[in-house]
Design a protein around this ligand. Structure first.
Ligand SMILES: [Zn+2]
Length: 364
């Protein structure tokens, strides 16, 4: 809607910052927006009630969807649309850049794949759109080098920076872009989408809530085995005298299993990194259980994640008082930080298990 307004009356910005959590449609919108900007035959349609916040006679611009440009954008082959990301370093002209370890989106990549082509005259005359993924990973020199192009790009050039949090970009970068925020989608909507993709309704509702309404994340997480695991985990935590040792064992095994799966799915992921990601996912699930219990214990109106196991959550809420639940959550958050340091896995999950079963202090 904000984009439609920007297009109206020629008051077009040249640089946009699409900010929002993963899976909120930033990239899809960027591609659709590029399609509209590059379309050879865009049409104007009256709003006629489609967007409540705009007048009925507001003119919406639409891509035709049929021209060569529209079709090649959909196919991902339109030379006018360029995606920029740090891994492009592998294709850089300079061998030194190709061999360097990629830590961020470097100035070399931004120069060769964005700034230089932007300033070369566009051959077809249809303009160019550059979409920078994870723009917060741009190094400071890269951002500084890009400022002039963001400020006043050549005729027909549009730059879209995608990021999670605009605060992680330099203020000078931010101020040159029109900010468009992407809010998380309603949980019901995400759950419905997952169900259409074949996920069982209960599991779909869980993943939608667990990821805070992120379609992208929930599609990646929605795994039948992981859902079964979370159900048995909730049951186990609800047992009054669950032994911490047995729980720790179960957690270590589950993390290893999930790490192997993540590694199989993405061979580029180093086993150690897969291990940490798996640990993080499982810790997030554990935290969400105690978060639900706290919501229930305090009668607050927070979003409940484990709506499929209300009795078990009630049992956990009944075993601890709210201050203990808050303490467990605080300790789990501390664990999450430790996960990224080199802490012995067994010791680590032993501590998580002790925290969960007794709200005892963490000693790692
Ligand atoms: Zn078109």
């Amino acid at each position: 809607m904000q984009l439609q307004r920007a297009l109206a009356g020629g008051r077009r910005h040249h640089a946009y910052l699409f900010a929002g959590k993963e899976g909120t449609g930033r990239r899809t919108t960027a591609v659709e927006f590029a399609k509209l900007l590059l379309c050879e035959n865009p049409s104007e349609k009256l709003n006629a009630g489609r967007f409540a916040a705009m007048a009925d006679d507001f003119s919406l611009r639409q891509a035709c969807g049929r021209c060569n440009s529209c079709r090649t954008v959909s196919a991902g082959t339109n030379p006018g649309l360029k995606l920029i990301y740090k891994e492009l370093a592998k294709f850089h002209d300079d061998q030194q850049v190709r061999n360097r370890k990629m830590q961020n989106l470097s100035i070399d990549v931004v120069r060769q794949f964005l700034i230089d082509p932007a300033w070369r005259a566009s051959a077809g005359g249809h303009g160019k759109v550059f979409v920078v993924r994870q723009s917060e990973t741009m190094s400071i020199p890269a951002q500084n080098a890009l400022l002039k192009t963001l400020e006043e790009p050549p005729e027909g050039v549009t730059i879209i920076l995608i990021c999670t949090s605009p605060d992680e970009l330099l203020p000078t970068t931010r101020s040159r872009c029109q900010l468009v925020r992407f809010a998380p989608l309603p949980v019901d909507f995400v759950a419905e989408t997952l169900t259409k993709d074949g996920v069982a309704p209960e599991a779909a509702r869980f993943w939608a809530a667990m990821t805070g309404g992120s379609i992208g994340l929930s599609v990646r997480r929605a795994d039948e085995k992981l859902y079964e695991f979370k159900k048995s985990l909730v049951e186990q935590l609800a047992q009054p005298d669950a032994p911490a040792g047995k729980l720790a064992e179960m957690l270590v095994k589950s993390v290893e299993k999930l790490a192997r799966k993540l590694h199989t799915r993405n061979k580029d992921l180093a086993p150690s990194l897969a291990n940490r990601q798996a640990g993080q996912i499982i810790l997030e699930i554990i935290s969400s259980i105690y978060h639900d219990a706290l919501v229930l214990a305090t009668g607050s109106a927070g979003q409940v994640v484990h709506a499929d196991q209300p009795d078990a959550i009630a049992a956990i809420a009944g075993r601890f008082d709210p201050s203990e639940l808050a303490e467990i959550l605080a300790q789990l958050a501390r664990c999450e930080q430790l996960l990224w340091r080199n802490v012995n896995a067994k010791l680590f999950w032993d501590n998580v298990a002790i925290t969960c079963t007794s709200a005892a202090a963490l000693e790692v």
